[in-house]
Design a protein around this ligand. Structure first.
Ligand code: SF4
Length: 376
């Protein structure tokens, strides 16, 4: 999908600054805290009105925790989430209830996220009544209209969740999220549990609704090929931190972080004759209880060199609005030996680019290999 032209003069709808979410590890009968699971550790990004930001990474990297913490379904450990000019983390319960009208979520599992004992009218209409928007016949009419808008029959309002397929249930989940006319929706692995053909329908529906209701999405998924079809910008997460954040096109054309390159290399190409180098990451994702020192990816990175295990990498803007957290692109730490770049994953699917890091990043960084597909 061609990304929408981003208007940088717009004010962000949501600004996330240094977000942290740690879970305490307790032990013994007095629940003594003996450690912390650093699920989200100091991430910052922003979302513009009518924009979709994709958040991708392996299972357990903290992306779902980040999305839920932004809505305060989980209480944050630190940071700020400025939504429409106000810090969501500072709101009291009454203010938070009002803010939730504008911030909604679509859950991953369409089976467990709908109460099996409630009718569809009650599920979608619950928030409408709770916020005093409508009741009785008026509420029923709103629910029927929402069902039609998400591609379901209005007569379904008397049915129960078990009477629907997975795709239909996810449409009901979308209708519920839309009921309060929000500005921002966290789509938490919203299509991951669906069949591929249903995934495409739901993604198209989300795109249509975005235009119609002027919505912004934080689209969380582990599959980059899915995220690509809906996102304007993409943030790549590894072990609780953002390692790369860029416009969708530039991320796919010239991914810079070795982790992003390996994720892209794992996307199958529709043409089986097209050969491409796969990058198989070795080892498991390290524990977020005791993350590796320096760069958290250094234990699995094929390009790991001198400072990687000791110095935490800074976030570098390698191109306008393309940010990477990696020493390879930091003029202060970039390797003197350009052969380090030869160890980088060489191939990404579909697009190819001969772009190299800008010369301003130093001679070594400029020696980074072109990222190209290998044709037979
Ligand atoms: Fe690899 Fe070093 Fe970059 Fe981390 S900082 S991604 S270990 S090259």
């Amino acid at each position: 999908m061609a990304a929408k032209v981003k208007d940088n003069t717009k004010k962000p709808l949501l600004e996330v600054k240094n977000l942290k979410k740690y879970f305490p590890i307790t032990k013994g009968i007095i629940s003594r805290v003996v450690g912390q699971v650093k699920a989200v550790d100091d991430i910052s990004f922003h979302v513009y009105p009518n924009e979709t930001v994709g958040l991708v990474g392996e299972s357990g990297c903290g992306k779902t925790t980040a999305g839920r913490t932004l809505l305060r379904l989980l209480e944050p450990t630190g940071g700020e989430a400025i939504f429409d000019g106000r810090d969501v983390f500072q709101l009291d319960q009454l203010e938070l209830r009002k803010a939730r009208r504008d911030m909604q979520i679509i859950f991953q599992d369409p089976y467990s996220s709908l109460n099996p004992r409630m009718t569809i009218e009650a599920i979608i209409g619950e928030a409408i009544q709770f916020h005093g928007i409508a009741s009785g016949d008026e509420r029923r009419k709103i629910v029927e209209d929402l069902l039609v808008r998400v591609g379901l029959q209005p007569s379904y309002i008397t049915r129960y969740p078990h009477e629907f397929s997975g795709g239909q249930r996810q449409r009901i989940g979308i209708a519920r999220a839309l009921a309060l006319k929000p500005k921002f929706i966290v789509c938490d692995e919203a299509v991951s549990a669906l069949d591929v053909s249903v995934q495409a329908q739901v993604i198209n529906l989300l795109k249509e609704l975005q235009e119609e209701f002027n919505l912004s999405y934080l689209f969380i998924a582990h599959d980059l090929s899915v995220v690509k079809h809906i996102s304007d910008r993409i943030a790549v997460m590894y072990l609780g931190q953002l390692v790369e954040f860029a416009d969708c096109n530039s991320l796919f054309k010239a991914p810079r972080h070795p982790y992003t390159q390996s994720l892209l290399s794992a996307i199958p190409h529709p043409d089986p004759r097209r050969k491409k180098a796969r990058v198989i990451l070795e080892g498991d994702v390290p524990s977020p209880i005791n993350p590796p020192s320096g760069c958290r990816f250094h234990t699995r990175c094929p390009a790991c060199f001198g400072p990687c295990s000791k110095v935490v990498p800074k976030t570098i803007e390698v191109e306008p609005d393309h940010f990477v957290q990696c020493h390879l692109y930091d003029p202060e730490h970039a390797p003197k030996d350009p052969t380090v770049f030869d160890r980088l994953p060489q191939s990404v699917p579909e697009h190819s680019s001969k772009k190299k890091p800008p010369e301003s990043l130093g001679a070594a960084a400029a020696a980074a290999p072109a990222v190209v597909d290998e044709e037979e």
